[in-house]
Write a protein that binds this ligand. Structure first.
Ligand code: SF4
Length: 227
């Protein structure tokens, strides 16, 4: 485990939760806010038994546990960990980029909610993740989430150097055509980002009001997050 936040009101919509941070991610997004979790290490900052002990003490104080990262679907023990947490009576949430669609599919029946990152138009994913083939994995994961019928939010981190407005609109149209109804645009934040190019090339009026109006029309539930 990469760590745990014992209490969060912002990681699972409408629920008080604990967030568990799983180590490891195969992708290398320049805007990653948890780059220290991209590599899996032999020693864990916190053991799984310690995580479970903490969650047992929180019963009655929080509603849900969110598996975050890094990328939780990288972990072969994810399903087993979720079973143990669910037995404690918690709702299960997950933050994922969809890097491992087959593992994601295997845990979907246990999930109560998922926040799925959509990084770019699927054919251009590597411009953000720096990994060839990542778009196919993300597309497969999105299809699985939509087919599962579970509660979800698709979210995109928006930066003009990675997603110029025409690309952003193309992505939004693709998602709307696929049946995505719940979509959030998270405007890039400099805090926690180590990429000097991204940090220096953000423009204040991005995304434009015109684009946001179009987004609002495309999705029944559209959220803009800034700052
Ligand atoms: S997929 Fe998420 S965890 Fe992995 S590098 Fe990108 S932002 Fe970081």
């Amino acid at each position: 485990m990469g760590g745990i936040t014992p209490f969060t009101a912002t990681d699972y919509p409408g629920q008080l939760a604990a967030a568990i941070f799983v180590q490891g991610c195969p992708w290398r997004c320049g805007y990653c806010h948890n780059p220290h979790l991209q590599k899996r290490t032999r020693g864990s900052p916190i053991t799984w038994n310690d995580v479970l002990s903490l969650l047992k003490r929180r019963i009655g104080l929080i509603d849900a546990v969110v598996f975050s990262g890094g990328e939780p679907s990288i972990d072969p023990c994810l399903a087993s960990a979720m079973v143990q947490v669910k037995r404690l009576g918690y709702k299960i949430g997950m933050h994922s980029g969809g890097t491992h669609p087959e593992r994601l599919k295997s845990v979907l029946p246990m999930l109560d909610w998922i926040g799925l990152d959509i990084k770019a138009v699927f054919a251009s994913y590597a411009t953000v993740t720096q990994v060839a083939g990542s778009g196919a994995a993300a597309l497969s994961s999105l299809r699985a989430v939509l087919d599962s019928g579970i509660s979800y939010e698709c979210r995109t981190t928006a930066h003009p150097a990675l997603l110029p407005e025409p690309e952003l609109l193309k992505l939004a149209n693709t998602l709307a055509d696929m049946g995505v109804e719940n979509y959030a645009l998270q405007v890039f934040r400099k805090q926690g980002c180590n990429d000097p190019i991204l940090n220096s090339s953000m423009v204040g009026n991005y995304p434009s009001a015109t684009l946001l109006t179009q987004m609002n029309k495309l999705f029944p539930a559209f959220t803009l997050r800034r700052g």
